[in-house]
Each structure stands twice: as structure tokens, then as C-alpha cells.
Write a protein that binds this ligand. Structure first.
Ligand code: GDP
Length: 325
């Protein structure tokens, strides 16, 4: 862990980690570690930090970032904070780079935040483009392109807000956006189903391009079925926690309330474990490949033809057809 390292917690392993699954991500990088870059975007208080700690099964970010209570109401400019954690997923080493964006959406005018994130994503593409054009390649070049952008939606139970639509619409052609509902235990199961439907309907209406678990032209029926199941789950409803209890001798990650317990890794309580598995296991290759072969290639073409000002949104048709609009 390079930055933001904290004390390891005695956190329960994911339920999925006991299940043997196909390993689509295995490749020659397996031993030295497969780099995977994830950006977390969402307004303060939606559980980004807790999600990150839950994902990494350690206290990557500790404590509150509010240092002066008197100043706490003043919106700070958005920042990019980098955390690197080495993870072992089914015997596969993953170098997980997380870029958190505290301060996003906290001001009145969010234009600056949209621009900053867009510039950040494009700068990583520019670095690769510059590297490709060097006569002598740098063997230690660090590819920092973002492979997945998790966008945290507030659990309002209504529909997408202006800020959600604007951010996802602008950046859908620059990153694999995976929409997630933060603090989703605030909604009842019925409310959650309806909220998910409204969000996906908004995504279609506004032609937003999200990572849509493509309908594979594949002979692997399991993969086809898995993608179809994952499409139906979008957006993922996540719950994060810092607490572990002992249940029948087994450590379980929970949010503990006076009326009961929400188990983070229980599929009936939250989509967290499914999302974790998608990111670190089943779809890590797909997310990396799409970043390279579609998003980067599209940017490269735009850049070389001097047309980068228009953010193309031409991948949205796939998601529209996928959810039957
Ligand atoms: P951030 O500002 O988006 O990074 O949010 P934090 O992770 O700091 O969480 C803000 C508050 O929400 C804290 O009090 C967390 O304990 C709480 N929180 C985090 N995740 C969840 C969740 O899944 N459900 C609920 N109900 N609260 C959460």
C-alpha cells in the first residue's frame, strides 16, 4: 500500500471468495500483478470512503477529513486522492489503484468538477498516446488510464438528478461508468427495485453510456447468462461498513442497527459482493480491454483528427437496446 495505508482489519472474506469461478482475468501479468485503476465519484456522504475500505478489506482511508468543524460547511475544491492497494483475488495479484474525488458536487456550480474529471481522464489517455509515439519505449511506463468509474447515486428513491445526468453523460465516452446507489440500505427492497428501474429509464432517456455488460456473441452460455443477469442488476445497490461480527464462528461484515443487521456480503441485502466480484474477478479483463480498444481508440482518433472538444456518446445505443428501450 503506497498511500493512505491503515491498519489491517480482521475483515471477513467475501462470500464469493469461497466459490470456484471461471477466471477470465488470468494472463501473463498474474505474477507481477495486474494493474487496475478505479475512480470513485459522488457527492460527500454517499459512502465512497467506506466502500473503498470495504472493497480493500482494510482501512485504506482512516478518520474524517474534516479538520476544522467551524469551516466544515464551506465547500472545499474537488481533489484527486490516490490510493494503491495490492490485492489477492483467487490467487491472482491485482495492483488496485483507486482515485477518490472528495469535494465532487459539494459546491453550487459543478462545472469545474466535470471539467477537472474529464481533463484527468483525458490526460491519462494523452500520456499513453505520447508513450506510443516515443522512438524508445519506457519499459516502466505506468498506464494510469481509468478502467472503471464508479458513480455514486444518492439513495433518494426518486430518479437521477441533474448532476448525475450531466456527469455520466459527459464522461460515458471517456470511462467505463458503473452506476452504483450509495448507502442503499436506506431504501426498502421494494423502493430499491423501483428506484433502479427509474434510474435505468433515465439513463436510456438521456442516452447515457454506462458499462452495460455487453450481450456477447459468445459460445460460452454461462458468460452470456451472467452478463444478462448483471445488466438486470444495474445500478448496483451498495452498502459499506467497518464492522465485523461473529456469527456461528464465522466473521460477517455488517451494519448494525437497533432493528437488525445488514450484511454487506449477503446478496439479499446488497449488491456489494457481486460488484466486488465483477471488478476484481469476472470483468476485470473486459473493463481493461474496453478502455484500451474502444474508449482509448475513440479518443486517439478524435485527438489525431483534432476533434477532441466533442465528447462522442456513440456507445449508448448498446445500453438502450440491452434494456429493451
Ligand atoms: P463519503 O463522504 O462519500 O466518502 O462517505 P463516507 O464513507 O465517509 O460515509 C459517510 C457516512 O455514511 C458515514 O457516517 C458512514 O458510516 C455512512 N455510511 C457509509 N456507507 C454506508 C452505507 O452503506 N449505509 C449507510 N446507511 N451508511 C453508510
Amino acid at each position: 500500500m503506497k498511500e493512505g495505508s491503515g491498519e489491517d482489519q480482521n475483515v471477513a472474506p467475501s462470500m464469493y471468495s469461497h466459490v470456484s469461478r471461471p477466471s477470465s482475468h488470468r494472463n501473463k501479468n498474474a505474477r507481477k500483478g495486474l494493474p487496475f485503476n478505479v475512480m470513485l465519484v459522488g457527492e460527500s456522504g454517499l459512502g465512497r470512503k467506506t466502500f473503498l475500505n470495504t472493497l480493500c478489506e482494510s482501512a485504506v482511508i482512516t478518520g474524517s477529513e474534516v479538520t476544522n468543524a467551524e469551516q466544515a460547511h464551506i465547500a472545499e475544491p474537488m481533489q484527486f486522492k490516490n490510493y494503491t492497494v495490492e490485492m489477492d483475488e483467487d490467487g491472482m495479484k491485482i495492483i488496485l489503484n483507486i482515485i477518490d474525488t472528495p469535494g465532487f458536487g459539494d459546491g453550487i456550480d459543478n462545472e469545474q468538477c466535470f471539467m477537472q474529471i474529464q481533463e484527468y481522464l483525458e490526460l491519462q489517455f494523452d500520456n499513453v498516446l505520447a508513450e506510443e509515439n516515443r522512438i524508445k519505449r519506457n519499459t516502466k511506463f505506468n498506464d494510469s488510464r481509468i478502467h472503471a468509474l464508479l458513480y455514486f447515486i444518492s439513495p433518494t428513491g426518486h430518479s437521477l438528478r441533474e448532476i448525475d445526468i450531466e456527469l455520466m453523460k459527459r464522461l460515458g465516452s471517456r470511462a467505463n461508468i458503473i452506476p452504483v446507489i450509495g448507502r442503499s440500505d436506506s431504501l426498502t427492497p421494494r423502493e430499491l427495485v423501483l428506484f433502479k428501474q427509474r434510474i435505468m429509464s433515465d439513463i436510456v432517456t438521456h442516452s447515457i453510456s454506462v458499462f452495460n455488460f455487453p450481450d456477447l456473441d459468445d459460445e460460452d452460455e454461462d458468460a452470456v447468462e451472467e452478463n444478462s443477469e448483471l445488466r438486470a442488476m444495474l445500478p448496483f445497490a451498495v452498502v459499506g461498513c467497518e464492522e465485523v461480527i461473529n456469527e456461528d464462528g464465522r466473521p460477517v461484515r455488517v451494519r448494525n442497527y437497533p432493528w437488525g443487521v445488514v450484511q454487506v456480503d449477503n446478496d439479499e441485502h446488497s449488491d456489494f459482493d457481486r460488484l466486488r466480484y465483477v471488478l476484481l474477478n469476472s470483468h476485470i479483463s473486459d473493463l481493461r480491454d474496453r478502455t484500451q480498444n474502444e474508449l482509448y481508440e475513440m479518443y486517439r482518433t478524435e485527438k489525431l483528427s483534432g476533434n477532441t472538444s466533442v465528447l462522442a456518446n456513440n456507445t449508448s445505443q448498446a445500453v438502450i437496446s440491452a434494456i429493451g428501450a
